[in-house]
Design a protein around this ligand. Sequence first.
Ligand SMILES: NC(=O)c1ccc[n+]([C@@H]2O[C@H](COP(=O)([O-])OP(=O)(O)OC[C@H]3O[C@@H](n4cnc5c(N)ncnc54)[C@H](OP(=O)(O)O)[C@@H]3O)[C@@H](O)[C@H]2O)c1
Length: 279
Amino acid sequence: MVMPRIDLTNKPIAIAGASSGIGAATARACARAGMPVALGARRTDRLQALAAEIQASGGRAIAIECDVTDPDACRRLIDKTERAFGPLFAAFANAGYGYEGSVLTDDEDQALRDIFETNVWGSLHIVRPAIERLRAHNSGGHVLMCSSCLSKLGVPYYGPYCATKAAQDHLGRALRAELASEKIAVSTVHPIGTKTEFFDTAATRSSSGKLAFPTPDAVRQPPEKVARAIVRRLRHPRGGEVWTSLGARTMFAMANAMPGMTDRVLRTAVRKGLKKAER
Ligand SMILES: NC(=O)c1ccc[n+]([C@@H]2O[C@H](COP(=O)([O-])OP(=O)(O)OC[C@H]3O[C@@H](n4cnc5c(N)ncnc54)[C@H](OP(=O)(O)O)[C@@H]3O)[C@@H](O)[C@H]2O)c1
């Protein structure tokens, strides 16, 4: 059966992590589709500039300071979205970051707790109040979390980051089934390397101050590609996972189907990466 396409006009969305990269590109794409957008993040100057840009091109947008590690701030983001634009239609928990670091180093403990606080708890702080609102309206809606292609594979020196992305993936999958009878769609987004500030932030947060294993610039996709896929999913809420690369999706599925070979490939990558980093 072909599902009718949802008209997104005047359907409000709250986006956490909208001040740059994938979140900002998604806000622009949603606004172009007619959605009023509530922009949340810590850098309010960026949010205000983006809200002004969207308003100047005929869209509706508001900027709201929101640190996703603060559950009250996340609830305020959802409340203010409804106060400004009416009943919530969607929320996108996109705020997150990565860093390079081993799982085992003692002094990484705080870094490990921090990344779970933002990427995993931060997502829950957004989707929980959003789902509460959607349930109260009883007319469907959509929550999305920005996971990663790396949710499917723990890769060396990105173990903590991959674990947070896997947690989002698993939480999203479970929620999807739990909420299906209420017609609330739950999607996880699985970008491959994307041209955003992600890699600069990751370098700053990594103990050496630079990345030994960055995704090569040449293979990074533009954030607009992810944004377009998200808008398509909002219009056609089926499928659960949002991917922009069939090749990557297949490769990660095969990597999980052949764990022995995958471990050998990862061991070689570590050897090569460490040698390069020594030079
Ligand atoms: N770029 C990639 O290659 C890639 C690949 C796969 C998945 N992803 C995922 O995509 C998502 C977006 O990242 P991006 O690539 O667009 O990087 P980005 O340009 O660095 O954007 C990260 C966003 O998260 C926000 N953020 C971080 N910590 C926050 C906090 N505590 N509270 C509120 N907002 C916070 C930042 O806003 P403020 O700093 O202003 O608060 C910013 O808006 C992340 O979840 C990331 O894991 C990225």
